[in-house]
Design a protein around this ligand. Structure first.
Ligand SMILES: Cc1cc2nc3c(=O)[nH]c(=O)nc-3n(C[C@H](O)[C@H](O)[C@H](O)COP(=O)(O)O)c2cc1C
Length: 216
């Protein structure tokens, strides 16, 4: 079946794209307004998009009733935020922080989470998370006629729990992080433990094998 997305309602496009672009990593975004009111919420329109400069992307939909979500409004106001990655141990707390609360509601305290001070940006990070990124706003893209916004953030500092990283080799035990990802529909998630490995092809090996095959 084919779908002409440009002619479809936003909600229907969301449904088709978010049910097929799977799994998605989850950014647990902590931000604050100028007065220092803290905010935490999960965002799965999230990925690393460059290492030079070190950039991540976040996609914010508009609020159901119009206007920016609190995280997007705070980032526009203060230009700083943190992203913590979500392990299965933090899944229930992460899910709580997507509550549709008013801006003054502190999701971190209400979820019973500990904030940990960041090294170089003002917003703290989720202390129990295995990995956190400290980010500064790099660029905001606001599509014409849309209530969505796309934020590029520059990662200015990163923290990995000592248990998961060999600092000399910069080797991170990815599976041990126990991260979860967002799946299709309402409320489905996946674990990241079902792995398989493939080595990258090298053209010289491919050409040599083909040559040998042609000769025999
Ligand atoms: C796992 C998960 C991923 C989500 N991803 C997004 C997303 O990428 N973009 C978005 O606009 N909302 C997303 N949401 C919904 C927001 O988290 C929700 O609207 C939240 O209340 C926003 O909080 P804020 O206004 O404090 O920023 C997601 C919710 C969950 C549970």
């Amino acid at each position: 079946m084919d779908f002409a997305l440009a002619e479809m309602a936003t909600q229907d496009r969301y449904k088709l794209m978010a049910s097929t672009i799977l799994p998605r990593p989850i950014a647990w975004v902590v931000s604050q307004d100028k007065a220092g009111t803290l905010n935490a919420a999960p965002y799965s329109f999230f990925n690393m998009v460059s290492a030079d400069p070190p950039l991540i992307v976040l996609g914010f939909l508009g609020r159901a009733g119009g206007g920016l979500k609190d995280s997007a409004a705070n980032i526009a106001e203060t230009q700083e935020f943190t992203i913590s990655l979500v392990s299965e141990d933090d899944a229930a707390a992460m899910n709580f922080t997507c509550i549709d609360a008013p801006p003054e509601f502190d999701e971190i305290a209400a979820a019973g989470l500990e904030p940990r001070p960041s090294a170089v940006v003002a917003p703290p990070q989720i202390a129990s998370a295995p990995v956190s990124f400290e980010c500064r706003l790099y660029e905001t893209i606001v599509p014409t006629g849309s209530s969505s916004s796309i934020v590029l953030g520059e990662v200015v500092h990163m923290r990995i729990d000592d248990r998961f990283v060999d600092a000399d080799r910069l080797h991170v035990d990815g599976p041990a992080l126990g991260l979860i990802g967002r799946m299709h529909g309402a409320g489905w998630y996946t674990r990241t433990g079902d792995l398989f490995q493939m080595s990258r092809p090298v053209f010289a090996d491919y050409a040599a094998a083909k040559h040998q095959g042609d000769d025999s």
